[in-house]
Ligand binder design. Structure first.
Ligand code: SF4
Length: 230
C-alpha cells in the first residue's frame, strides 16, 4: 500500500471506529460543531492557554487549571495580563510545573507578532507541538500537530522510525494529505484516542482496528506462528 493510501486508510478506519472527537475541547466540552465555525477571540485564547498548560501533563489536569482560571475570571487576556506570575501560578497549580508555565503564559501574552509559525516559534517556552496546536485548533491553519502518540503509532504501523524528528513526521502528513485543517484537526484527535484505547505504551494489539495494516501486529503474528512450529 502506498503511503498516501495507508494514511487515508488509518484515518478512515479510526473515524468509523471512534467517530468525530469534537476537538479542541472548549469550556470542558467536546463538540463536532467546533470544527464547523470560526472560534471567538475568547475561545481562541482558551485554546492557546490550554495548549501551553498541556505540556508534560494529562488533559484532566489542564481542565482543572482552566476551571480555576475560569472561576477567577482570569481566562481572559486583559485580566491575565494584569496578574503577576505568583497569582497565575497559584491558579494553574493542577497543571504541574506551575511557576514555569505561568512564565510561559506571560511570555505568550507579550507576543504581538503575526499568527505565523516561524515567528511564533520564537516565543519562549513554546515549541513546535504547542505552536502547531495553537495554529491548527485556534486559528484553523492547515498545520499537522505531531506528538508522542503520533510517533508511537506511526513507527509501529511502519510509516516512520522510532526516532523520527518532529519536522520529518509532520512532512509525511503535509505531503500525503489534503491540506485541510478539518482533516488535520480530526486526524490528530483520533490518534490520541487510538493511543489511549489500543496503542498504549504496551500495545493492546488484540482487537485493534489497525491490526490489518500494522507492521508491528504483523510481526507479532509471524512470531507466534514461528513459536508454534518449533
Ligand atoms: S496493532 Fe498493536 S501496535 Fe499496531 S496500531 Fe494496533 S495496538 Fe498499535
Amino acid at each position: 500500500m502506498e503511503k498516501k493510501e495507508m494514511l487515508m486508510e488509518i484515518y478512515s478506519t479510526m473515524l468509523s471506529e471512534y467517530g468525530g472527537q469534537g476537538w479542541w475541547p472548549l469550556r470542558g466540552e467536546y463538540s463536532p460543531a467546533f470544527k464547523k465555525r470560526r472560534k471567538t477571540p475568547a475561545e481562541k485564547f482558551e485554546i492557546c492557554v490550554g495548549a501551553i498548560l498541556t505540556q508534560n501533563t494529562a488533559w484532566k489536569n489542564v481542565e482543572r487549571a482552566l476551571s480555576n482560571l475560569r472561576e477567577a475570571g482570569a481566562l481572559n487576556r486583559k485580566r491575565m495580563e494584569k496578574m503577576n506570575g505568583g497569582e497565575l501560578a497559584a491558579l494553574i497549580t493542577p497543571a504541574g510545573y506551575y511557576n514555569l508555565k505561568a512564565r510561559k503564559l506571560k511570555e505568550f501574552l507579550e507576543y504581538s507578532g503575526p499568527i505565523e509559525r516561524n515567528s511564533m516559534l520564537r516565543i519562549w517556552g513554546c515549541g513546535p507541538e504547542t505552536i502547531d496546536s495553537i495554529l491548527l485548533y485556534a486559528y484553523d491553519k492547515p498545520v499537522f500537530v505531531v506528538d508522542a502518540y503520533t510517533k508511537r503509532i506511526f513507527s509501529r504501523v511502519g510509516l516512520c522510525s522510532e526516532k523520527a524528528e518532529y519536522g520529518k513526521l509532520q512532512e509525511l502528513f503535509h505531503r500525503n494529505l489534503e491540506k485541510d485543517p478539518k482533516i488535520f484537526n480530526e486526524y490528530h484527535a483520533l490518534l490520541v484516542e487510538h493511543a489511549k484505547r489500543f496503542c498504549r505504551k504496551t500495545p493492546v494489539c488484540a482487537g485493534c482496528p489497525l491490526g490489518g495494516i500494522c507492521k508491528k501486529a504483523g510481526n507479532a503474528i509471524k512470531k507466534t506462528i514461528k513459536t508454534r512450529r518449533k
